[in-house]
Ligand binder design. Structure first.
Ligand SMILES: Nc1nc2ccc(CNc3ccc(C(=O)NCCCC(=O)O)cc3)cc2c(=O)[nH]1
Ligand SMILES: N[C@@H]1O[C@H](COP(=O)(O)O)[C@@H](O)[C@H]1O
Length: 201
């Protein structure tokens, strides 16, 4: 499967997917990286591995749909089969989500359905939970609400602040995302028409 990874920043999850895909038994190759922000570290990671990349800057478009159409053109050009959001921070409209239903994954830095939104680690600290983690899920129009493919739990220590917890969560994501991509790219896991996860026996 040809995979495009959409980023907005440092790209440590992108790096984890690149590293996992370098094993020839892995059922996916990272064929394209798209960032909505120029000059981010994730773009350097792509070029360091000879992976084509593009910047589609959302501020250059009048509407969300035209921004997403520009992304779609790159995905078609590179014959992409699956899209992975990895720190991609723009909400996608139903236009894009419906084009990629069942072929669009995201990683969230909390154990969904808890702590939806931008600041999963911060909300866990504020809530005083003792366990948090990450969730890889299919992307639906409703934010952070798609069928869950993989989750990893991490402990929350009394000494933790948002940064130390976010770091531990990222380490868990770097295991969970390749596992989730493996499951979906191999066809082991898919999204049912009822929006629930389907496991091939
Ligand atoms: N439709 C759909 N699209 C998404 C886009 C990104 C992410 C990543 N997680 C995200 C979760 C929340 C946000 C957010 O609230 N950003 C501030 C507003 C930015 C903007 O105006 O665009 C961004 C990414 C998840 C989803 C999702 O679950 N469903
Ligand atoms: N949405 C969150 O943003 C972070 C992106 O990190 P990176 O992959 O760019 O290092 C990840 O923790 C992801 O869950």
């Amino acid at each position: 499967k040809r995979v495009a990874v959409l980023i907005s920043g440092t790209g440590t999850n992108l790096q984890a997917l690149i590293d996992a895909s370098s094993n020839e038994d892995f059922p996916a190759e990272i064929a394209l990286v798209i960032s909505n922000k120029p000059g981010v570290k994730g773009l350097e990671r792509a070029s360091a591995h000879g992976i084509p990349s593009a910047v589609v800057h959302h501020k250059e478009f009048d509407t969300r749909e035209t921004f997403e159409q520009a992304i779609q053109q790159h995905l078609e050009q590179y014959k992409i089969d699956l899209v992975c959001l990895a720190g991609f921070m723009r909400i996608l409209t139903p236009y894009f989500v419906n084009l990629w239903k069942g072929r669009l994954l995201n990683t969230h830095p909390a154990l969904l359905p808890a702590f939806k939104g931008m600041h999963g680690a911060r909300m866990a600290i504020e809530a005083g939970v003792r366990i948090s983690g990450c969730t890889v899920h299919f992307v639906e129009a409703e934010v952070d609400a798609g069928a869950i493919v993989c989750q990893r739990a991490v402990p929350v220590f009394p000494s933790d602040d948002e940064d130390t917890l976010q770091d531990r969560i990222k380490t868990a994501e770097h295991e969970a995302y390749p596992e989730a991509l493996q499951l979906v790219a191999s066809g082991r896991c898919s999204l049912g028409s009822d929006g629930r996860l389907v496991w091939q026996q």
